[in-house]
Design a protein around this ligand. Structure first.
Ligand code: MG
Length: 431
C-alpha cells in the first residue's frame, strides 16, 4: 500500500526531487523505503532528511527546490498507527483536490512508470534540523530570551520533537530539562497526543524543578501544548490567544485565519487588536492554504496548532514553543498570570445520532431553519449570539451530528448545547 501510494503521489507531482522524512514510529524506516522505491519508479528522485518533525520537512521542501515532500507519521495517534502525508512544492500538505487525484491514480493504477534510464536517484540531506532551528530563531528576540534565562521542561513523546526543541530552547538561553526525549517507536513515556491526561509527568516535572514553563509535542511535533509553572496544562486556545495578541497587536489591521470551531477567546483578541478574522472549514490543511491564498498574518486552531506565515504557513510546534517562550521572556509575569488575564469561557459538546440516510440532508434543513440569523455556514452551521455560540457539524465518519457550544458560564454553554441538539432533532423530524 505504501509503495502504491507513493507511486500515485509521484505520478501526480512533477518529475523532480521529493524530500522525505519520518517520525520515530516502528515501521517508519520500512515505510520510508517503500515510499522511496515508489517515488523512484515514477522518475522522481528522493532527498532523505531522516527522522525529523513534519514542520522541519515542510520548511525544507521549498528551500531544497523540491516538487513535493512525503512524511511518514501518524502525528498524535497511538503507537500502532502510521501514515503518509504528501506535501506540495510549497511544503504545505496537498489540498483535498490533489489528494483526490492521488487516490484516482492509486485506485486506477495509472502510475507514471519511468523508463530504465529515467529512474530516480537517492540522496540525503543532514543539515535540515540545523537550518530549521536557525529559521525559527530568525523570528525570535534572542537577546531578550537569553537575558531572561527561563527554566523549561520539554516532553517530546519519545519522538522527533526531541531533535529540535531541546536544542532550540538551549540556543534561546533557557535552562533545559528534557523528558521522553530519546527516540523510541514504542512510545514508552506516554501516548503521543499532548492532552492533559498524557501530560501528568510533565506537570510534575515542571513543578519539581521550579520550571517557568513545560512544553509537550505530539508525535511529529507540529503541535505544542504548554504547562504553566504551577503544573496546569493550558488549553490550546489559550496559548494560541497569547501568540495572537502579540502577533496581531504588532501590526494594526492584520488578518487571522481560523476554523469555525475556534472560540470566543480568539474573537476577543481579534477585536482588541483591531485585526480581522477569516473563518475556514475545520482542518489544518484548509487553514494553511487560506493563509497562503490571502497572505494572512497568523493562523491557529483551538487544539493548539499555530501557523506563523513569516516562518511558514503550516502548524509548527517548535515555532509555537519559541513564540510562547519569547512572550514569557518579554515581561516579569509568570505563565499562569498571563493566562489569568485572558477572558474565560465555558464549553459543552454533545452528539446526536442520526439515521445514516438523512445525515447529508440535515444541513439543508438547518440552513433553512436558521436563515437570517447571525451565522457562519462554511462547515456545518455556526450560530453566533451575544452570550455565546453553537456549532453543528456532521461527523466525517459516523452516523451522527456533533454540537459544540461556548458561553460565558457553564450554564450558558450547556443551555446553548441543548438548544443546538434540539435544532438538529427538529431538522431530522422535518425530513
Ligand atoms: Mg501532528
Amino acid at each position: 500500500m505504501a509503495l502504491d501510494i507513493s507511486r500515485a503521489a509521484g505520478t501526480v507531482l512533477d518529475v523532480g526531487n521529493v524530500a522525505i522524512a519520518r517520525d520515530s514510529r516502528m515501521g517508519g524506516e520500512m515505510l520510508s523505503r517503500a515510499v522511496t522505491s515508489g517515488l523512484l519508479s515514477t522518475g522522481c528522485s528522493v532527498i532523505d532528511i531522516g527522522p525529523a518533525p513534519t514542520p522541519t520537512l515542510q520548511f525544507m521542501v521549498p528551500r531544497l527546490g523540491c516538487v513535493g515532500g512525503i512524511m511518514v507519521t501518524a502525528s498524535h495517534n497511538p503507537p500502532e498507527f502510521n501514515g503518509i502525508k504528501v506535501m506540495g512544492p510549497d511544503g504545505i500538505e496537498v489540498s483535498r483536490e490533489v489528494e483526490g487525484r492521488i487516490e484516482d491514480v492509486y485506485f486506477g493504477k495509472t502510475f507514471r512508470i519511468a523508463t530504465w534510464n529515467r529512474i530516480g536517484t537517492v540522496g540525503s540531506y543532514d543539515r535540515a534540523v540545523r537550518e530549521f532551528i536557525d529559521g525559527v530563531k530568525r523570528h525570535i528576540d534572542i537577546q531578550r530570551t537569553q537575558q531572561r534565562k527561563l527554566t523549561v521542561v520539554v516532553d517530546c513523546a519519545n519522538s522527533v520533537g526531541s531533535l529540535v526543541t531541546p536544542q532550540l530552547m538551549r540556543e534561546l538561553g533557557c535552562k533545559i530539562f528534557s523528558i521522553n526525549s530519546q527516540l523510541d517507536g514504542t512510545f514508552p513515556g506516554r501516548n503521543p497526543e499532548p492532552i492533559p491526561e498524557n501530560l501528568v509527568e510533565l506537570s510534575r516535572a515542571a513543578v519539581s524543578v521550579g520550571a517557568d514553563i513545560g512544553i509537550a509535542h505530539d508525535g511529529d511535533a507540529d503541535r505544542a501544548t504548554f504547562v504553566d509553572e504551577k503544573g496546569q496544562v493550558l488549553w490550546g486556545d489559550q496559548s494560541f490567544a497569547l501568540i495572537a495578541s502579540r502577533v496581531l497587536g504588532k501590526k494594526p489591521g492584520s488578518t487571522l485565519v481560523t476554523p469555525v470551531s475556534s472560540g470566543r477567546l480568539i474573537e476577543d483578541i481579534v477585536t482588541q487588536t483591531g485585526a480581522k478574522i477569516v473563518w475556514t472549514e475545520v482542518g489544518s490543511v484548509v487553514v494553511s492554504h487560506k493563509l497562503k491564498e490571502i497572505g494572512a498574518d497568523l493562523g491557529g486552531e483551538e487544539n493548539g496548532g499555530v501557523f506563523y506565515p513569516p516562518h511558514q504557513p503550516v502548524r509548527d510546534g517548535a515555532m509555537t514553543a519559541a513564540q510562547v517562550v519569547e512572550i514569557l521572556a518579554a515581561g516579569r509575569e509568570s505563565l499562569s498570570e498571563l493566562i489569568g488575564e485572558l477572558p474565560r469561557y465555558a464549553s459543552a459538546k454533545t452528539k446526536v445520532p442520526v439515521p445514516a440516510e438523512k445525515k447529508d440532508r440535515i444541513l439543508d434543513v438547518l440552513l433553512r431553519m436558521t436563515e437570517g440569523q447571525n451565522r457562519v455556514t462554511l462547515d456545518g452551521v455556526k450560530l453566533i449570539y451575544g452570550e455565546g455560540w453553537i456549532l453543528m457539524r456532521p461527523s466525517g465518519t459516523e452516523p451522527l451530528w456533533r454540537c459544540f457550544a461556548e458561553g460565558k458560564s457553564q450554564k450558558t454553554a450547556d443551555k446553548l448545547c441543548q438548544q443546538g441538539m434540539k435544532l438538529i432533532q427538529e431538522a431530522i423530524g422535518r425530513l
